[in-house]
Design a protein around this ligand. Structure first.
Ligand code: ZN
Length: 415
């Protein structure tokens, strides 16, 4: 499996040749779409045979961009054809935004200095000095990351790097977590033993609240000038996202490392499915979907690189089901889930995590072989936060000064 990362760089955008290049590229994409529709072409090879000669005669842009334009055109068409197949209305599409996509043999990048050369036409090209951060340097100096395609949009260059990811291991256990406003909550189960687990978000909710208030104040103060207000609000939003993202990186890194060392699969709810989480409308508004989706995205790509299997399950009913007897509550569940059929009681968020594990065990054979899960045994278990892991930074995890509890979970002494 190939893992991808995108390195994004802001670039100066004064050279008019760049605008010309992107406009030409868009033109070639849109002409390719029309040809592919007319001739009912679905493969790049056939599109090349049919259209390359004509398009390269009519357009003077660097020739190697034409096959990339075919790729973009076929991608756009695929979406269109799927819509048509599903009976939805869809007119013949065209690419609206300015864009250039180049394969790795079409551009030249000095991985040490960040000097980038993008051909325009013939031997003519433009050069950039990509502003490399420490993180960019670390990625680019690591030879196991190969250069992939390059995307240019006005003011921005995106370099894709890729590397062969290890095959995910056969899990010895599972870490099943429900994604909430301020933490991931659930359970770590291995063999016959299990322990409750909470992964706190490091103050993400506080940041969101502060920025929410600040934005509201800003909007009120600048209400007389919508343009100024929008600009300031945008900036606030970007600042907030950056601060939140940084904390989520610590969370995802710690979780993936913990899973890898425990040889556990990570089980999460599939946020793309309808009704994810079953949360109230008010909460959904306050907590945009973004941080949860962003956290899942980070966990997934880090897991791929570490060979940690990730399993996504349908979150329907996870917050309203009793994991012991299977009874469902159809009314609202408060902070604590209380089963009306048996005497089970559990923190609502942890309870959802237990159900996520049960769902995964019911559908994943490899996991069911590794874990025999009995939620009833967790009735009086203490929830362990993963604080320790996050505080220690990089490097191997050594045994914390706390004690190893019987169920294998690490208990932090400073709880
Ligand atoms: Zn029950």
């Amino acid at each position: 499996m190939l893992a991808h990362r995108a390195l994004v760089f802001p670039v100066p955008w004064e050279d008019p040749r760049l605008g010309w290049l992107l406009t030409e590229f868009r033109l070639v994409v849109n002409e390719s779409i029309r040809i592919a529709v007319r001739e009912d072409i679905r493969s790049r090879a056939r599109l090349t045979r049919t259209a390359y000669k004509e398009l390269s005669a009519r357009h003077t842009l660097y020739k190697q961009y034409i096959p990339s334009a075919f790729e973009v055109a076929l991608g756009v068409l695929k979406v269109h054809r799927r819509r048509v197949r599903k009976g939805k209305q869809s007119s013949v599409p065209f690419l609206r935004r300015l864009l250039l996509k180049a394969e790795n043999q079409s551009y030249w990048l000095d991985r040490e200095t960040g000097r980038l050369r993008i051909p325009i036409r013939g031997t003519e090209g433009v050069q950039f000095h990509l502003p490399l951060s420490d993180w960019h340097r670390a990625m680019l100096s690591d030879p196991s990351w190969g250069l992939g395609s390059l995307t240019v949009v006005p003011g921005k260059v995106i370099v894709t790097v890729r590397k062969e990811a290890p095959k995910p291991y056969e899990p010895d256990g599972a870490i099943a977590l429900d994604t909430n406003e301020d933490s991931l909550d659930g359970v770590h189960a291995t063999g016959d033993s299990a322990g409750l687990l909470r992964v706190p978000f490091d103050g993400v909710r506080l940041i969101q609240e502060i920025h929410f208030r600040r934005r509201r104040k800003l909007a009120a103060k600048k209400a007389y000038d919508r343009r100024v207000a929008r600009r300031l609000l945008n900036r606030e939003g970007q600042r907030e996202r950056r601060r939140v993202r940084q904390r989520l990186h610590r969370v995802s890194k710690g979780l993936v490392r913990f899973a890898m060392e425990a040889r556990a699969a990570i089980v999460l709810e599939d946020l793309t499915l309808h009704g994810a989480g079953g949360r109230s409308r008010r909460m959904n508004r306050r907590l945009s979907v973004w941080p949860r989706g962003e956290l899942h995205r980070q966990i997934e790509y880090k897991a791929v690189l570490a060979g940690v299997p990730v399993i996504k399950v349908n979150p329907q009913w996870t917050s309203k089901t009793c994991p012991v007897c299977g009874a469902r509550r159809r009314d609202r569940v408060g902070k604590v889930f209380v089963c009306l059929m048996c005497d089970w009681e559990m923190d609502r968020q942890i309870n959802a995590g237990l159900n996520i594990l049960k769902t995964a065990l019911a559908s994943n054979e490899a996991l069911a072989r590794a874990v025999r899960f009995q939620p009833g045994a967790l009735r009086h278990d203490v929830v362990s936060p993963l604080y320790d892991l996050f505080r220690r930074g990089t490097g191997a995890r050594e045994e914390p000064s706390g004690v190893e509890s019987q169920n294998g979970m690490i208990q932090s002494p400073d709880l």
